[in-house]
Design a protein around this ligand. Structure first.
Ligand code: C2O
Ligand code: CU
Ligand code: CU
Length: 543
């Protein structure tokens, strides 16, 4: 990083400890730039080392809370919406830290006498979702259906945001193939905080191909086919979430130091000797995970079977996989040789951010930097079963988008100052459309991240795309490549979010055809939520 930039950044840095010291002086008035909900009830972040140690994800002996498994109600309950839904975004009280109930935000749905919070919506391909969003927060919001092929009116673009007390109606058909999609807020400048405070869940679309796999492996959603929502958070001593992004955090992204999986801290799961499917959503604000299953110090092989846009062509054997913000991963873990008493950890191995991020690593206000290793979930083998199912060798046919003779559009990811990330030098403007594409066209988008940068998970609204090629990838990406174009297993199939590393160029193909009446407005943005809120986002219009 150039010296001048480094100085600027250093000057803007207020590390957590000095922040705490200042806060401890008592008289500090926080100007939150309008993010008023950050002031927690006890005033400010206050937590001692003794309070943190039992939550520290680096300590495997901490993992003593049963993982929340989605049931038919409550938090992350599985819901098959048949009639119109009313989804209320509102504060609720939730015990994220054991014994410390605190206010979080959730999407609440009441259906058939049951109350769901952040329901996992399970819908067949071709089905319809009809929903009324009620804004029970004290600020504007809107739901975005991440990964779905829907028109602008239903997409939840920030221009659709509704004020506190407002409502918004959605009605759309699920034309996408089966995959773990998800939904989250998207009001401009407020997305990061709203997701941090809890507004996120899955939308699982199913089709025949998907059901075939479920039958072949005897899987059941919620018990052996387990959605895992990964989020890192910081907490205050009173159990409330602590989110206080400062200028520098908008540049580096906010990292937590406590791991939540399905809203459970330090979780464990009792398992049997059979195949498990994990559908992982990285719902973190900015953390990438490099995941592996470990038995002692030995890595267990697993299979990557799907990603953002559903099943890939075939299972890819792996011993590690990186999942960036907003990506989804569909994995099979074969535990049929496991013995009662075995313990297996899902662990994050630490991500080598390279380049600038490394030199800036010190600047994070989290004690748990990206490069650190920590545990995510503990699996305790409790039962031996006779399980004789066979993992299919083919999963799906991915028909390549026809790219003969199509145009390439180029994007450069860079920064225009020590706090501003940009796409082609642009910062988000609600009413500007720097990219216009024709709805009868296929295009190749070539995204280049400058070398002095950090990895940016780039996300496209409106369409799933196909990754064609990775160029100048860093070693840790090249090592995972499964073909001569530099693709890694999670690039196969259909994607809506792709991580572009410093110095790397990623090419992907998009077929912009659609049947929606009129022009459609969508977004292309970095899904590090602080980057998105900071304006690393552009509109594009399909005409
Ligand atoms: Cu998941 Cu525009 O976002
Ligand atoms: Cu999206
Ligand atoms: Cu970014």
């Amino acid at each position: 990083m150039d010296e001048r930039l480094k100085k600027q950044v250093d000057a803007s840095r207020l590390d957590r400890r000095s922040f705490l010291r200042l806060a401890g002086l008592g008289g500090l008035v926080i100007s939150t730039g309008g993010i008023a909900y950050l002031r927690n009830r006890n005033g400010l972040f206050n937590r001692t080392a003794q309070e943190f140690e039992p939550l520290d994800p680096r300590d495997p002996s901490n993992f003593n809370q049963p993982l929340l498994l989605p049931s038919d109600r409550g938090l992350l309950g599985i819901m098959e919406p048949s009639s119109p839904l009313t989804i209320t975004a509102r504060p609720i009280v939730q015990e994220l830290l054991p014994g410390k109930p605190a206010t979080v935000w959730a999407y609440e749905v009441i259906d058939g006498g049951k109350t769901f919070r952040n329901p996992i919506l399970r819908v067949p391909k071709g089905g319809t979702i009809q929903a009324l969003l009620k804004n029970g927060l004290r600020e504007e919001t809107i739901i975005h259906w991440h990964g779905l092929r829907i028109d602008t009116e239903n997409d939840g673009h920030p221009h659709s945001a509704i004020p506190a007390g407002g409502t918004y109606s959605y009605k759309f058909n699920l034309i996408n193939r089966a995959a773990p999609y998800w939904y989250h807020p998207h009001p401009h400048g407020r997305t990061a905080g709203q997701v941090y405070f809890g507004l996120t869940s899955f939308l699982i679309v199913e089709d025949e191909e998907e059901k075939e796999l479920t039958r072949a492996l005897d899987l059941e959603l919620g018990t052996t086919d387990i959605p895992l929502l990964l989020q890192d958070r910081q907490f205050s001593a009173d159990g409330s979430l602590f989110y206080f992004p400062r200028r520098n955090d908008f540049f580096m992204g906010v990292l937590g130091d406590v791991m939540l999986v399905n809203n459970t801290v330090k979780p464990f799961l009792d398992v049997s000797s059979r195949v498990y499917r994990f559908r992982i959503l990285n719902g973190s604000n900015s953390r990438n995970y490099r995941l592996a299953f470990l038995k002692g110090s030995e890595r267990m092989p697993f299979y990557i079977i799907g990603n953002d846009g559903g099943l890939v062509d075939k299972p890819y054997p792996a011993t590690e996989v990186t999942i960036s913000v907003a990506e989804r991963l569909d994995l099979l873990l074969d535990l049929r040789n496991a013995l009662i008493g075995d313990t297996i950890f899902l662990k994050s191995l630490g991500v080598d951010l390279t380049a600038m991020a490394k030199s800036m690593g010190e600047m994070h206000s989290s004690d748990l930097g990206s490069e650190q290793e920590f545990y995510v979930l503990k699996l305790n083998v409790k039962n031996r079963l006779n399980y004789d199912k066979v993992i299919p060798s083919r999963l799906s046919d991915i028909v390549p988008i026809d790219i003969r003779g199509v145009d390439t559009r180029r994007f450069t990811l860079a920064n225009s100052s020590s706090t501003q990330w940009t796409i082609n030098g642009l910062k988000f403007q609600m009413d500007e459309y720097p990219v216009i594409v024709n709805r009868r066209s296929v295009e190749i988008w070539e995204v280049n991240n400058i070398p002095a940068s950090m990895p940016h998970p780039m996300h496209l609204h409106g369409y799933q795309f196909q990754v064609l090629e990775r160029m100048n990838s860093p070693k840790q990406v090249r090592n995972q490549a499964v073909d001569e174009r530099g693709l890694i297993p999670t690039d196969k199939g259909w994607k809506d979010t792709v991580l572009v590393w410093p110095g790397e160029t990623v090419r992907f193909a998009i077929d912009f055809s659609n049947n929606f009446p009129g022009d459609q407005i969508y977004l292309f943005h970095c899904h590090i939520l602080e980057h998105e809120d900071g304006g690393m986002m552009i509109n594009y219009k399909v005409v």
